[in-house]
Design a protein around this ligand. Structure first.
Ligand code: AOF
Ligand code: ZN
Length: 340
């Protein structure tokens, strides 16, 4: 009897190698194991539109070496996500698995994509293949939480992120006689290390969202320069049409989507889902963060609290109970909260 969790664990390791390049597809890994429990082939989904994990696995060069002495019907294929049953950019993986004559398939979780949703497992079973479903399901769901959210809730996975001073401010008060005082630039709260981690989060998500105040005051480019990966799509909420076209948020390194007429949160989320965007990192400012917190539709909150005080009145950070820091970096308390 094979130790299923050990091999599903390996599929998750392989799947993670596709991080940053497969969105909005899921991260998927596949492992082929012979009757003795030896891994004879491995593969993972490497980039959006590319071959699925199962195809990569059967193309593993090691397989031809073992092929001769391993009977496929005695082999077990492990995949963290149900093999697909549809003709998409590639033919159905379930069909290929049947043709290869695999005896047993173990899948971490069913695919929430309505194109698949149980049909892959059904195809395999109909062909007489033994299928085991639901191994390390919690870990499998965590890895692909963004992909799952898009299909199950028809909205992107929402991550709120901000940095505040020890006394609870996001920024200095940079408004004078109704005009932004731009020359001072944004208050720098993050350190070199925590800035890099913000860029990692950008690379992990398909979109970054800011309000017009942030776009005007900080004039950010919102690119992922401190971490490998793609630049996310930039989303700007600008109901009053205040942000000029020569702002850096419109620079040509990345795409920008602007919401003008309607910036209601449920509308924006539904529209982003319609565009196939499976995750959005909300970077501020206070108005946008507070309105999303009031709406209640968000999934994670990442807050950095620096070790220095602003020491005067400024732009207040959202008022939320942060609890216990998840970790300390450069003396800054880092909090991660999940919505209950
Ligand atoms: C798998 N293995 O490695 C992946 C799967 O447009 P396509 O043809 O690439 O299909 C994308 C869908 O296929 C995706 O939404 C998900 O349901 C499934 N992804 N399936 O068996 C893989 N990446
Ligand atoms: Zn597939």
């Amino acid at each position: 009897m094979l130790e299923y969790t050990k091999y599903i664990e390996r599929t998750l390791q392989l799947a993670r190698l596709g991080a940053y390049y497969v969105a909005p597809n899921p991260m998927v890994g596949a492992v082929l194991v012979n009757a003795e429990g030896e891994i004879i082939a491995e593969g993972w989904h490497k980039r959006y539109g590319g071959p699925h994990a199962e195809v990569e696995c059967f193309n593993d060069g090691r397989l031809t070496m073992h092929d001769a002495r391993c009977a496929m019907e005695e082999c077990t294929l492990f995949v963290n996500l149900e093999p697909c049953s549809h003709y998409g950019k590639t033919p159905p993986c379930a069909k290929m698995i049947i043709e290869k004559g695999i005896g047993h398939v173990v899948v971490g979780m069913l695919d929430p994509n309505p194109l698949v949703a149980g049909k892959g497992v059904q195809m395999l079973r109909d062909a007489g293949i033994e299928v085991t479903v639901g191994v390390m399901e919690k870990e499998c769901r965590e890895l692909n939480k963004r992909f799952i959210c898009l299909h199950e809730k028809k909205r992107p996975y929402v991550i709120l992120k901000w940095a505040q001073t020890k006394d609870g401010y996001l920024d200095e008060w940079r408004m004078e006689n109704g005009e932004w005082r731009m020359e001072s630039g944004p208050l720098v709260i993050s350190t070199e290390m925590t800035k890099m981690l913000v860029h990692k989060m950008r690379a992990e998500n398909m979109a970054i969202l800011v309000g017009s105040g942030t776009a005007l005051k900080d004039n950010p480019k919102l690119l992922t320069t401190r971490w490998p990966g793609r630049n996310p799509i930039r989303i700007l909420l600008d109901r009053r049409g205040r942000v000029p076209m020569n702002s850096r948020i419109f620079s040509d390194e990345a795409e920008t989507i602007v919401y003008r007429e309607c910036t209601e949160w449920p509308y924006v989320l539904a529209d982003l889902a319609q565009r196939g965007i499976h995750s959005v990192l909300v970077e501020g400012g206070a108005t946008v963060l507070n309105s999303i917190l009031a709406d209640g539709t968000w999934d994670e909150m990442h807050v950095e609290v620096s070790d220095v005080k602003l020491g005067k009145e400024g732009v207040k950070a959202p008022q939320v109970a942060l609890g216990v820091p998840t970790e300390m970096i450069d003396g800054h308390a880092m909090y991660v909260k999940f919505r209950e």
